[in-house]
Design a protein around this ligand. Structure first.
Ligand SMILES: Nc1nc2c(c(=O)[nH]1)N[C@H]1C(S)=C(S)[C@@H](COP(=O)(O)OP(=O)(O)OC[C@H]3O[C@@H](n4cnc5c(=O)[nH]c(N)nc54)[C@H](O)[C@@H]3O)O[C@H]1N2
Ligand SMILES: Nc1nc2c(c(=O)[nH]1)N[C@H]1C(S)=C(S)[C@@H](COP(=O)(O)OP(=O)(O)OC[C@H]3O[C@@H](n4cnc5c(=O)[nH]c(N)nc54)[C@H](O)[C@@H]3O)O[C@H]1N2
Ligand SMILES: [Mo]
Length: 710
């Protein structure tokens, strides 16, 4: 490469809506600077606090650089270096052995380590499909909302974030963009400068809520009820856009009947905010144009997460907010992309359709149980004994990549017990020795984004992104795609797709007939790093209807839910665990706990780096003064947070940022970097959401006590 300085175009791989365009400066083969591309419309020349320090991650002394095998007890993290040949042969031999009985006993487990299509969902899928391994239902983040939105709108398509700056009313609903979607924030600030009002709906006064014109602190998991009461007011006061409703929606008459069951006065008790606030919010929303809702994950991680998103996403059609390019709702832009996923995943390689394991119930699954989803009508949590069915065959091998389940999956005690099984063969492919890596039998070193090629879609903008490698892999680290190529060869898989190079896979991804992909050319991606989908500059997806539902309308009434035996109209599904839905449980565990992202972590990524740890200091719990006083807890006390599932130790910050009855534990900490080896997932539950069978991280009751008294 010589000593000359060059710059390389890249894309941030992390699980975040922003998928930034990066410019990497390389000198003599070493990356010396990572910056946000100034020419990319949403990146706009800056990166977040975490990825700004990407070199700290890439060149960390803690990188895994060689394949290793376990030589200590499971979980001890004691390994010995081996060669790649030995690693690949050991894995292939075990997989061959298990597959001879039943390949479904082999479980892939991956999520958002990298969002790249090459390193996240191509060679890996092909390999496991060809093998006949169990499928993985990737429900740990977005599946509840995606399902609720799909039923109502048809696909994950919404308002262009670049149009937010022209909106007059922005409702940030269950979202904390200053932390988790920072490139949307300048557009919101611009709107505010032009006179827009910005309202946050969040049980917690987050960094974002603090900066809004108004903060509505509802009780966790009650968003669906709030939206139904808003509709009650909008319909009751004649604020409906009848022309839009008439032409582009279905089920209005039934909706009118349904929302009568949700008058603001009754709903006020459910959501824990005054009826006047609900009425004022509904009026302001219905009478301000353009009005846009940034709906995000906070409301999804509860029993009724899918129905909550479905209900909120009825609002824009009711008031005609979709008419404006800067009105409507934004959940995710991912559905606007038309990548050729069949070419990437090759589902045709599956011998027949194997079973599917839900990643959010991996604890149960590793312990031999399949967890069923029962639609939680009225929030009645089914007894766990009814929901768990024996898993046949049991999982005998698990291959983890792009994920850290021991720290991120709910009901952690069960997850740890599962990974601790002596008879389980565990492969972990990682950049760092995470909590999960400690349980590996074979631990493989992974490359970072600077060392690998990838192509990305985004869920918070409308640009296809190319990441070109800027440096050589460190040590013996290999990208995911390369390891699956090696494994395919060792297993004797001869289909030509197992020889595709990373560039060939990336080119296949954009080889698509989808109209939004028209004009996306490889050469442009190479020279510029990104390309806008084939969408108008002032993209107003449903200004003239054209919803992607079966009826082509915004479905207040959903026939597809009706045929599944689910109420076809929006209704409120209370949390599994709350004062109102589980009073007996609430007597023992009166506090609701939520554990949203800490500002300087990205799930558990970055949570091992010195600079991130310096900013987050130590595991913390925000608690309202009233709740603290009632427990004789003062600011700075070390406390135990516990319920029937487990416990963790944290330091309390007494603050009215948390509302009464709700405690907040910024997450996700590496368990082994905390004082007691535990994190918030020691108290979260494996119960699954109504639609989308997703995790319910923010639906948990706990009690808190001074640590020394226990
Ligand atoms: N810095 C940073 N950025 C991230 C991440 C990270 O870990 N760190 N994670 C990335 C990932 S994977 C994701 S999925 C996104 C998540 O990003 P967001 O969509 O912002 O989701 P959360 O931060 O989980 O929750 C957002 C807000 O919802 C609130 N909330 C909790 N329960 C409820 C509720 O019942 N109703 C309402 N209305 N609000 C509620 C929380 O207090 C929080 O302030 O961020 C991505 N970006
Ligand atoms: N209590 C609580 N739990 C939560 C959440 C919460 O808000 N509260 N949020 C949930 C959400 S939204 C999500 S999305 C999940 C996130 O769960 P995960 O997707 O598991 O996210 P990370 O913890 O960041 O772990 C990703 C791992 O992939 C590794 N990795 C990165 N790039 C590569 C690569 O190219 N190859 C390989 N082999 N590995 C790579 C990283 O080093 C990292 O250890 O967590 C969920 N868990
Ligand atoms: Mo996520």
């Amino acid at each position: 490469m010589g000593d000359s300085v060059k710059t390389v175009r890249g894309a941030c791989p992390h699980d975040c809506p922003d998928t930034c365009a990066m410019v990497v400066t390389v000198e003599g083969g070493r990356a010396i600077k990572v910056a946000g591309a100034a020419d990319h419309p949403t990146t706009d020349g800056f990166l977040c606090t975490k990825v700004n320090r990407y070199l700290e991650r890439t060149y960390s002394q803690d990188r895994l650089l060689y394949p290793m095998k376990r030589v200590g007890p499971k979980g001890s993290g004691v390994f010995e270096r081996i060669s790649w040949e030995e690693a690949v042969e050991t894995i292939a031999a075990r997989f061959r052995d298990i597959a001879a009985d039943d390949p479904q006993a082999i479980q892939p487990y991956s999520y958002g380590g990298t969002m790249g299509l090459v390193q996240g969902e191509s060679m890996d899928r092909r390999f496991f499909h060809r093998l006949g391994a169990s499928l993985l239902d990737r429900t740990i983040c977005a599946s509840a909302g995606a399902a609720g939105y799909r039923v109502t709108i048809g696909a994950s398509i919404g308002t262009d974030p670049e149009r937010f700056s022209e909106s007059r009313l922005i409702i940030i609903w269950g979202s904390n963009p200053i932390t988790s979607n920072v490139h949307l924030w300048p557009m919101i600030l611009e709107a505010q400068r032009r006179g827009a009002r910005v309202i946050a709906i969040d049980p917690y006064r987050s960094l974002t809520a603090e900066k809004c014109d108004e903060h509505i602190a509802l009780l966790p998991g009650t968003d669906g009820a709030l939206a139904l009461a808003m509709m009650n007011v909008i319909i009751g006061e004649g604020l409906v856009d009848h022309d839009y409703v008439e032409r582009h929606t279905i089920g209005f008459e039934q909706l009118v009947e349904r929302v009568r069951e949700y008058p603001p006065e009754a709903v006020a008790k459910i959501v824990g905010i005054p009826a006047e606030t609900i009425i004022r919010l509904a009026r302001e929303y219905a009478t301000t144009r353009p009005a846009v809702i940034r709906l995000n994950y906070g409301m999804q991680r509860h029993a009724g997460g899918g129905m909550a998103v479905r209900t909120v996403s009825c609002l824009p059609a009711l008031v005609g907010a979709w008419r404006d390019a800067s009105g409507g709702i934004l959940l995710s832009t991912s559905g606007a992309f038309g990548m050729n996923t069949a070419a990437l995943h090759r589902p045709d390689l599956m011998p027949n359709r194997p079973r599917t394991i839900n990643m959010s119930a991996i604890g149960d699954a590793l312990l031999g149980y399949h967890r069923e989803v029962r639609f939680a009508r009225n929030g009645n949590a089914h007894p766990v004994s009814e929901l768990l069915k024996p898993l046949d065959p049991p999982i005998r091998a698990i291959y983890v990549y792009n994920s850290n389940p021991v720290a991120v999956a709910p009901d952690s005690r069960k997850v740890v017990a599962g990974f601790n099984r002596e008879d389980l063969f565990t492969v972990v492919h990682e950049i760092f020795q995470t909590d999960t890596a400690d349980y590996a039998d074979i631990l493989l070193p992974a490359t970072t984004q600077l060392e690998q090629l990838d192509i990305h879609r985004a869920y918070g903008h409308h640009y296809v992104m190319l990441n070109q490698p800027s440096i050589e892999p460190l040590g013996e680290a290999k990208p995911n795609s390369e390891v699956f190529r090696l494994l395919a060869r060792a297993m004797g898989f001869t289909e030509p797709c197992f020889s595709d190079s990373d560039e060939e896979i990336a080119r296949q991804a954009i080889c698509s007939d989808h109209p939004h992909m028209r004009g996306i050319e490889w050469d442009d991606l190479v020279s510029r790093g990104w390309a806008r989908l084939n969408l108008p500059e002032r993209f107003a997806p449903f200004a003239n209807g054209g919803f992607l539902t079966p009826s082509g309308k915004c479905e207040f009434y959903s026939e597809s839910l009706a045929v599944q035996g689910i109420d076809p109209l929006p209704f409120f599904v209370p949390p599994f665990e709350s004062e109102q839905s589980a009073p007996e449980l609430a007597r023992r565990y009166p506090l609701a706990i939520i554990s949203p992202p800490a500002h300087s972590f990205l799930n558990t990524s970055f949570a091992n780096l010195a600079s991130s740890l310096k900013m987050e200091k130590e595991p913390r719990l925000d608690m309202h003064p009233h709740d603290a006083t009632a427990r004789a807890i003062v600011d700075g006390d070390e406390v135990s947070v516990f319920n029937d599932r487990g416990a963790l130790t944290v330091r309390v910050r007494v603050t009215d940022k948390a509302r009464v009855g709700v405690v907040v534990a910024p997450s996700i900490w590496w368990k082994k970097l905390t004082r007691d080896g535990r994190n918030a997932n020691d108290v979260t539950s494996q119960a699954l959401t109504d639609l989308g069978a997703a995790a319910t991280f923010y639906d948990a009751l706990v009690e808190v006590e001074k640590a020394r008294s226990r």
